[in-house]
Ligand binder design. Structure first.
Ligand code: FAD
Length: 411
């Protein structure tokens, strides 16, 4: 399955990622299938894997060149993000999660952080292959209201930031955060005005892990994507100086620089899981014999394979269209990013189901390794908004004056 019209830069990056996945990641996963089940989160992924990602130049995408990062052609940056995320997720979607959080948050920082803090944190990120970034929005009282968003005070974030002594004091907690367990630097959203809707009363801050009052409370044990350590973070009277404020009051409206590429990357990682499911299955059905014939000779099997391939190509087509819309800042970009994120999660789940079914009993056995695609695929329906909330956002983007206005007090 190929992309057309790739630039030289994109082709080269894709090739080196493919080599990394085929030579390092896939053999590692096959030989160490128990490792993702270690209950010591720090021990799951060997340090050499992130070092390897660093060597092929995909760890610091999104970081400006002047701070030592790898800057992509801005005209096709998002499409390149998509290509690389798909390739890495084809190897392991948890590893892809770890890496892409760095790219997404770097894009946000280069747009919103003061220059001296960019200098400081990009330097740390570039120097240390294990350094990770995290983006903290979700709270125990639910994320969906914030995704919609229901722009009324009662749906506001419970994490609060209050101005004090030349800075801000933050109290609250965030849950389900990608890289939350390991990150060195967090972007944190908090309520700064309880009287207005969240679009007018949410601010964002930079919170270094070592800030007094910040505690990493737990690592969540997830169903899939287990090499990314998802975490919960608590803030108790955490003081941040004023320059650590990224956006005052209108942070959610300004977070599009994170969410637009973010949803493309979600769709692309999800596609990578589907491609892996297809590759494993295509190989199996052409080698495994039942009833005296290799499986693919049985028509019911062949038909399922066609179904898998068609769903994968449909996701890829929508993904390319959506990524291009984001690169071109097209008016329909928001709608398309939500469409591809939602569509990929449902279609690739069916691809993974077919993969597991075509492997029969082997499909269910941990040591065989195919069930992983089903577990990884299931996670995507819950990341960056649920399937239902994504559909809701699509309709809101299409009909802002009607579908977009039914929450909150009547006019
Ligand atoms: C692996 C993983 C990684 C994640 N990474 C991050 C991260 O890095 N940063 C971050 O901030 N968050 C992260 N999240 C959180 C994720 O964004 C939320 O889990 C997701 O948006 C759903 O929110 P919730 O879990 O609070 O569910 P809820 O909002 O409680 O929703 C529960 C159910 O109710 C439905 N529902 C809720 N409200 C409505 C409504 N108004 N109308 C219709 N249906 C509704 C939902 O669709 C869902 O089915 C991550 C989650 C996962 C699983």
């Amino acid at each position: 399955m190929t992309y057309r019209n790739l630039s030289e830069e994109q082709r080269m990056m894709r090739e080196s990622c493919r080599g990394f996945v085929d030579d390092v990641i896939t053999p590692f996963i096959r030989q160490n299938w128990q490792r993702e089940w270690s209950m010591t989160p720090e021990d799951r992924l060997p340090k050499e894997i992130l070092e390897g990602a660093d060597k092929i130049g995909i760890r610091t995408l999104g970081v400006p060149e002047e701070f030592g990062g790898i800057e992509l052609d801005p005209k096709s940056e998002i499409r390149t993000f998509a290509l690389i995320s798909e390739e890495i997720a084809r190897g392991d979607s948890g590893l892809a999660d770890k890496l892409v959080q760095n790219w997404k948050v770097s894009v946000l920082l280069r747009n919103l952080a003061p220059r001296h803090l960019q200098e400081k944190w990009f330097k740390r990120l570039v120097e240390d292959p294990q350094f990770l970034l995290a983006h903290c929005l979700t709270e125990p009282r639910g994320a969906s209201d914030r995704w919609l968003p229901y722009n009324v005070p009662e749906a506001a974030m419970q994490t609060r930031a209050v101005r004090k002594n030349g800075g801000w004091v933050i109290n609250g907690r965030k849950q389900f955060i990608s890289n939350g367990y390991d990150a060195g630097l967090y972007v944190v959203y908090a309520n700064t005005n309880t009287k207005v809707g969240m679009l007018q009363g949410t601010s964002s801050f930079l919170a270094p892990r070592t800030t007094p009052g910040l505690t990493v409370a737990r690592c969540n044990e997830t169903l899939g994507c287990r090499f990314m350590n998802n975490g919960e973070i608590v803030f108790e009277d955490m003081f941040l100086p004023d320059d650590h404020l990224l956006v005052e009051d209108t942070a959610l409206a300004k977070a599009g620089v994170y969410f637009r590429p973010g949803k493309i990357i979600q769709g692309a990682k999800n596609l990578g899981v589907g491609v892996r499911a297809f590759e494993l299955t295509a190989d199996y059905v052409q080698n495994y014999v039942q009833g005296g014939r290799i499986l693919i000779k049985h028509q019911a099997v062949a038909v399922r394979l066609a179904d898998m391939a068609t769903r994968i190509e449909a996701v890829r087509a929508l993904l390319e269209r959506a990524a291009q819309a984001v690169d071109e800042n097209a008016p329909e970009a928001d709608m398309l990013t939500n469409m591809v994120k939602m569509f990929a999660s449902e279609e690739i789940m069916k691809v993974a189901q077919n993969a597991v079914e075509l492997h029969g009993g082997n499909g269910i056995m941990l040591d065989f390794g195919v069930e992983k695609v089903l577990r990884d695929a299931a996670v995507f329906m819950h990341m960056d908004a649920t399937v239902d909330i994504s559909r809701f956002k699509i309709v809101k983007a299409m009909f802002p004056d009607t579908a977009g206005k039914y929450a909150g007090p009547e006019a």
